[in-house]
Design a binder for this molecule. Structure first.
Ligand code: ZN
Length: 280
């Protein structure tokens, strides 16, 4: 499943090719994705100019010149594929195809169809049912130690579950929850409400750092995307703990005899990776 850094990389790649350009053709090959698509969806996209492309949590916001925003989510398996012209043939799961005035073709391909697209008025974006309850952007100015501490102060869940709660901070998924807690030296099992003061400062800083580093890795991947499949957003990135069960812990690095290496536990049905020595 794409996480926030992949979505940010998709946004930047789309912006490079589509910002400022007019959509001269739009094809819709089914009536629904995860949800039904809006009425006359393709017709409403055709002829519009893309003003800018941004992101809120893991939602892609494509702002159009008529005051509407094309809201997209990649779901579990959604892919944005760019090519310089029409592909030789559409793939089975190419659901939406947009052609820009310079011939650039964007295909939204989604085999499992957990992705979604909607058209929303710019002025109503913050009230959209999928965006209204979201907490602060982790890389935005409203997210910091005191804000995180305030959001956690009554929470009796483990901290891992709390930072996956999109009302606490928007866009953190399973990978970056583990990575952030490791960076901050906090046990994933710790009660969320005990993450106050310096602990909250450390965690907010760690969340920003791990996301910023992953986005930088995605930025390097953008430079080669045209040479490969034209697919935006997936890139190689080395995790400190994620999917490294049983491996040595990069922080203790074998120097500490009391570090057992990276452990995996299951919390709320999802894997958490952590170091029992470093994280308290
Ligand atoms: Zn360790």
């Amino acid at each position: 499943m794409p996480e926030l850094p992949e979505v940010e990389t998709v946004c930047r790649g789309l912006a490079l090719r589509l910002e400022g350009r007019r959509i001269v053709a739009a094809v819709q090959r089914r009536a629904d994705l995860r949800f039904p698509l809006p009425a006359r969806f393709a017709a409403r996209l055709k002829g519009r100019r893309v003003i800018s492309i941004g992101r809120r949590a893991k939602y892609i916001l494509i702002r159009l010149d008529d005051g509407w925003v094309l809201l997209c989510h990649l779901g579990m398996s959604g892919r944005m594929l760019l090519s310089d012209g029409p592909p030789p043939a559409y793939e089975a799961h190419d659901h939406i195809i947009l052609t820009a005035e310079d011939g650039t073709v964007l295909r939204f391909n989604d085999a499992r169809r957990f992705g979604m697209m909607d058209l929303v008025r710019e002025s109503e974006l913050d009230r959209h049912k999928l965006l209204a309850g979201l907490g602060p952007e982790p890389l935005g100015n409203d997210f910091n130690g005191p804000a995180l501490a305030a959001a956690l102060k009554d929470k009796r869940t483990p901290i891992k579950a709390a930072i996956l709660d999109q009302r606490v901070v928007a866009g953190i998924g399973n990978i970056y929850a583990s990575e952030s807690l490791y960076r901050a030296g906090l046990s994933p099992r710790r009660l969320a409400r005990t993450v106050q003061g310096d602990r909250a400062e450390r965690l907010a800083a760690a969340i920003r750092q791990v996301l910023t580093e992953a986005i930088a890795a995605g930025g390097s991947s953008l430079r080669d995307y045209v040479q490969t499949s034209g697919e935006l957003g997936y890139f190689q990135h080395r995790w400190a703990v994620y999917e490294r069960e049983g491996q040595s812990c990069p922080s203790c690095n074998g120097a500490a005899a009391s570090c057992p290496g990276i452990r995996r536990i299951v919390q709320s049905g999802r894997s958490t990776f952590y170091c029992p020595r470093r994280q308290r």
